[in-house]
Design a protein around this ligand. Structure first.
Ligand SMILES: [Zn+2]
Length: 367
């Protein structure tokens, strides 16, 4: 994929042109040559779902001669977003509030005949190389040598309270719980705080699998805990003086997908019980989804579980502690303590039914 948001010389000054959502049906009708193209994206949830649409459209704008692309993300608030880059030139995301302002400026200028509006972009960047990252791995011996792997990645963009501070907090809570003698698990637990999730070329789970063949051989199940307690957001009723509609956070958490690669009926049933017993906000449809950090475990021929939300503030500066649901964290920790206990006692054939080859889904990796 083309990258390179560098601005040679550090500054670009050029007229701006609005290209809307830059749909292939009309984007070629707009002359972007020598201009800064401004496109607008309304993320439906997690920006990972918009990459497949937005990145090729940005690349196309650059190929047709744009000197830069500004992508207005109609997000709540005014967050910096790390995503949707890689257009082969300078591509920048603009937060919801600033984007609203920019769209209004361009509209007002157009209706008043004051076009084109010119913008000056400046940028400084630095590339770091030879970085290293380390997994933290802990083992809680159970009554049996068989292993259940629990993973949460420990690195983040920005504050990362939702991706993946909440998952890591739940992992630590599980470690505390199962380390108590009275909670000794049936199967041995291997807990990983994995590293390098957001850095190309580093992959904590793959490093764990390569470094621990004995644990991997004894594993019956892998559970990846990733984005699990961010609150849900939606447009609120209050409208600012300039017409911007504010967002509000629900008290509860955003929907959580529980992906079970081998579609084990026993494991899926445990997730249903989670909703009834602990009020976890799992989506109702069973899913074989495999995403994010789970991708590094795919060489293991056992059930791989991905517990993951697709919340709107993902990969933005808005992922701060106040958007995490504290009761949601507790619901998830209590549910997983129950889940791990039950899965610790279950027959291997219930967790990995014979003939249920783990499916490889096509979800994009969360990076
Ligand atoms: Zn993540």
């Amino acid at each position: 994929m083309p990258v390179g948001s560098d601005i040679p010389g550090g500054t670009i000054t050029a007229p701006m042109v609005m290209v809307g959502s830059s749909n292939p049906a009309f984007a070629p009708l707009i002359d972007v040559k020598g201009k800064i193209a401004v496109q607008v994206v309304v993320p439906q949830a997690h920006m990972v779902f918009d990459r497949a649409t937005v990145s090729p459209r940005s690349q196309d704008l650059m190929k047709r001669g744009a000197v830069a692309v500004l992508t207005v993300l109609r997000h709540p608030g005014n967050e910096y977003a790390k995503d949707l880059g890689g257009c082969g030139g300078p591509c920048f995301n603009i937060g919801g509030r600033d984007g609203f302002f920019l769209e209004r400026v361009l509209d007002r200028a157009a209706s008043g005949g004051a076009v084109p509006v010119r913008a000056q972009l400046t940028m400084k960047s630095e590339t770091k190389s030879n970085l290293r990252a380390e997994n933290a791995v802990a083992t809680i011996p159970g009554r049996s040598a068989e292993v259940i792997v629990l993973d949460a990645h420990a690195d983040a963009w920005f504050d990362g309270a939702g991706d993946n501070g909440d998952g890591l907090a739940v992992l630590v809570a599980l470690a505390r719980h199962f380390a108590k003698p009275e909670n000794k698990p049936d199967r041995t637990l291997v807990l990983i705080a994995s590293a390098g999730h957001h850095t190309a070329g580093l992959n904590g789970p793959r490093g764990f699998v390569a470094a621990n063949p004995d644990l991997v051989k004894r594993a019956v199940l892998v559970v990846n805990i990733e984005h699990v307690a961010q609150r849900n957001f939606g447009p609120g009723r209050s409208v600012a003086a300039d017409g911007y509609r504010e967002f509000v956070a629900d008290s509860g958490e955003a929907p959580i997908t529980a992906g079970v690669t081998n579609e084990s009926p026993y494991l899926n049933e445990l997730f249903q019980q989670g909703v009834a017993r602990y009020g976890t906000n799992f989506v109702s449809e069973p899913s074989p989804m495999l995403s994010g950090e789970t991708g590094g475990f795919t060489s293991m021929e056992v059930a791989l579980i991905t517990i993951m939300q697709a919340p709107p503030l993902y990969h933005t500066t808005g992922e701060t502690l106040d958007v995490i649901s504290t009761p949601g964290l507790e619901r998830m920790a209590r549910f997983l303590a129950y889940f791990v206990k039950q899965a610790g006692k279950a027959q291997v054939t219930a967790i990995n039914p014979p003939g249920s080859a783990p499916r490889r889904s096509a979800e994009p990796e969360d990076r």
